[in-house]
Design a protein. Structure first.
Length: 207
């Protein structure tokens, strides 16, 4: 019995989910992956705006979250010809009349900077020599130039671009879902039963 004395609601009927292969299904999965990347960019930007608003932002948090945002954003624009990938034309369609392409290219440059496998993205070090009164070498000095943290404007503009692009992907996902379903309407129940079953967990049921 529930707290109000009514009998508990029956569990929802089980639904079989089968794996669909093929170009349309793979394209749909790719679009969803890109949409999830943009969602990650938005969450990162929200976290960064809050962190940068404080008097003493945590540099480790800012660098880590900003790097994740850049990597997630850049994954939406991989090299190669695919209708799953976003393009610069999509940028101008999402935010017409602005400098969105220039911002986009800057973000890709920043991605390369923060994801460089060799170069330290946060600090540049130089080695110098100290001289004594006679001008002879007397020691070695190591100097550094700290790179500034990402600023609030850049974070907000990145979030705005991601938000606009998300709308484009949402439309493409809906269209591709219809295409996948249309391609399965002629399949018989026996044909569908031969597809690999996917385990689906209801998040409301908890772990």
């Amino acid at each position: 019995m529930t707290s109000n004395g009514a009998p508990p609601a029956p569990p929802p009927p089980a639904v079989d989910v089968r794996r669909v292969e093929g170009e349309a299904a793979e394209g749909l999965a790719g679009l969803v992956e890109r949409f999830d990347d943009l969602q990650s960019v938005l969450r990162c930007c929200e976290r960064l705006v809050a962190e940068l608003a404080g008097d003493d932002p945590d540099e480790v948090v800012v660098e880590a979250v900003w790097t994740m945002a850049l990597l997630s954003y850049a994954r939406c624009f991989p090299a190669g010809d695919s209708d799953v990938h976003l393009t610069e034309d999509d940028l101008t369609a999402a935010q017409p009349g602005g400098e969105v392409v220039e911002w986009h290219r800057l973000l890709l440059q920043l991605r390369d900077h923060y994801a460089d496998p060799v170069v330290n993205p946060r600090e540049r070090f130089s080695v110098g020599v100290t001289q004594d009164d006679a001008g002879a070498a007397s020691g070695v000095a190591i100097t550094s130039a700290r790179q500034p943290l990402v600023d609030d404007l850049t974070v907000r503009q990145t979030g705005a671009i991601a938000y606009a692009l998300r709308g484009i992907l949402d439309e493409r996902i809906e269209s591709r879902q219809k295409e996948v379903l249309e391609g399965l309407k002629e399949a018989s129940p026996d044909d569908l039963d031969r597809l690999v079953r996917l385990d689906v967990v209801d998040p409301s049921q908890g772990p």
